[in-house]
Design a protein around this ligand. Structure first.
Ligand code: NAD
Length: 498
């Protein structure tokens, strides 16, 4: 059991080192691998360390998972779901502690961290409901012959997660994988490994048998060992497109299943009849929330025709956001430099920085990686700020004359995570939503995350593999279907049953 995280405010607080959970025991990596610092981005200062593990640790977790799987798979699904009911209670009871831990390791402000835990709880709710949904199907297909479909676990499976949602993204995968009867190995981002410690404690307290959940801390070496391990039967990945593509290719080259969600460049189409207050509030929240470090964040605003009255209001609202209080830092010094690099470059190429977050400071956050809300107007498509994922609180505005042009730009982008349209016309909304190349679409909503039970997942370069990672698709991903066809001779004689 790890100690609880004591912070109740943003004051710098250290936490226990992040180690591996193998067979229910916390362990250091088996051979001497390097340790890496876990930096609190608000201060740019190490609050803990993380064990950078290797292939032998992945193998140990798989062996422990396989041993535990043998018993876990035989638990009736209702009993497996009971563990999630108890986990749900623990998440609710400890929501403030978890939110402060997320805020410290990731940087997002407390309210955003709490929203993350709440969304994670919603995913657990879905897992709790699976015994009512996963009944399978049965049909008498001809006289005396019945076909039946049942969902069975795969065995040991693994999830690899990014830095921006240390608790929620693991909870996109865990509920379906565990209720489905698998043993699950989590490889958290080495930048935010600490939430996984408390999640593991809570799963143990909820009654999950030892070894069913394992954690292997580390980076690329661990990821590649997961892709290559012959007894890891499925890999869920969430992170950047470059790594998602590589993990998908590597895992599927071994004939095993993978679902890998990648990066994004989300476009918002704003037309002149959009409601000014609703649109400006929504757009601002979308590009600044979690310091723009959300795969669903607004990144490019396609301003169709005369929408200056709306853009002015977005700028007014965004200018009122205070770094440190309403907005957290970005994840690393390298991210800060990358983000400000995009802004400098667009400016050099002729765009107008109408709201400038470069050089932002936050009171009490000395040494942190701060960039304030930034709006770059009159971006053109030769500017990387208009076409590449920035992953910071930056909105690139591209002016276009027509809806057709807006759609052309949106659809030329290789990503396909999210897209939104702001309008009061049903016709415009339908035309945009019916044609954009994006898996998750919003009408007057800047962060169109499908709430449970609808599955989360994008298209094109934002998702490699088939389907969504949450909802029913998630359950199908972490299970396999057995099809049973039965026919019995009619009983004529007396048997031992009579
Ligand atoms: P990342 O790709 O750098 O890291 C994700 C995971 O991959 C981490 O666990 C990391 O340890 C591992 N990793 C990093 N480099 C690797 C390599 N070369 N080989 C093997 N493994 C490697 O992503 P990140 O910076 O942690 O997260 C931000 C990215 O994730 C953004 O691109 C964002 O859009 C994306 N994201 C996507 C979604 C989605 O649902 N599509 C959700 C959240 C984040």
């Amino acid at each position: 059991m790890t100690t609880t995280f004591p912070a109740t405010n943003y004051d710098f607080t250290t936490f226990t080192p992040a180690r591996n959970l193998i067979g229910g025991e916390w362990r250091d990596p088996s051979s001497s691998h390097a340790k890496q610092e876990v930096i609190n981005p608000r201060f740019g200062k190490a609050m803990s360390t993380v064990a950078m593990s290797g292939a032998d640790d992945v193998d140990a977790a798989v062996r422990a998972g396989s041993a535990a799987f043998a018993g876990w798979r035989d638990w009736p699904i209702r009993e497996r779901a009971q563990v999630l009911y108890r986990l749900r209670e623990l998440l609710i009871r400890n929501i403030d502690e978890l939110s402060w831990l997320i805020s410290h390791e990731n940087g997002k402000v407390f309210g955003e961290a709490k929203a993350e835990v709440e969304k994670g709880i919603e995913c657990v709710d879905y897992g709790c409901s699976l015994p009512n949904l996963a009944a399978g199907n049965q049909l008498e297909v001809s006289r005396g012959v019945a076909c039946e479909v049942v969902y069975e676990p795969l065995g040991v499976v693994a999830g690899i997660t990014p830095f921006n949602f240390p608790l929620m993204v693991p909870l996109w995968m865990l509920p379906q994988a565990l209720v489905g009867g698998n043993a699950f190995i989590l490889k958290p981002s080495e930048r935010v490994p600490l939430s996984s410690l408390r999640l593991a404690d809570m799963l143990a307290e909820a009654g999950l048998p030892k070894g069913v959940f394992g954690v292997v801390q580390g980076g690329r070496e661990v990821v590649e060992a997961i892709c290559d391990h012959p007894r890891i039967m499925a890999v869920g990945f969430v992170g950047s497109t470059k790594v998602a593509r590589a993990v998908y290719a590597r895992t599927s080259s071994h004939g095993r299943r993978a679902l890998c969600l990648g990066g994004a460049k989300n476009h918002l189409v704003v037309v002149p009849d959009a409601d000014v207050e609703l649109t400006s509030e929504n757009v601002t929240a979308s590009f600044t929330g979690c310091a723009g470090q959300r795969c669903m964040a607004a990144s490019v605003l396609l301003a169709v025709g005369k929408v200056d009255h709306i853009l002015d209001r977005v700028k007014e609202r965004a200018a009122k956001i205070t770094p440190g209080k309403d907005l957290g830092p970005v994840t690393t010094d390298a991210a800060l430099k990358r983000i400000t690099g995009y802004i400098d470059d667009a400016e050099r190429r002729g765009a107008k920085v109408v709201l400038d977050g470069r050089g932002a400071k936050a009171s009490g956050g000395d040494g942190g990686y701060w960039v304030g809300p930034t709006i770059i107007d009159h971006c053109t498509l030769d500017m990387p700020a208009a076409t590449e994922e920035i992953f910071g609180p930056v909105l690139s505005v591209v002016r276009v004359e027509s809806l057709e042009k807006a759609l052309e730009i949106e659809n030329a982008n290789p990503y396909g995570n999210a897209s939104s349209v702001y309008t009061s016309s049903g016709d415009v909304a339908r035309r945009v939503i019916g044609r954009v190349e994006a898996g998750m679409c919003g009408v007057n909503i800047g962060v169109p995350v499908p709430r449970e039970p609808f599955g989360f997942g994008g298209w094109n370069d934002s998702c490699f593999g088939h389907g969504n990672i949450t909802g029913w698709d998630g359950y199908r991903f972490w299970t396999r279907q057995r099809k049973i066809t039965s026919k019995w001779a009619q009983q004529k004689d007396q048997t031992w049953m009579s």
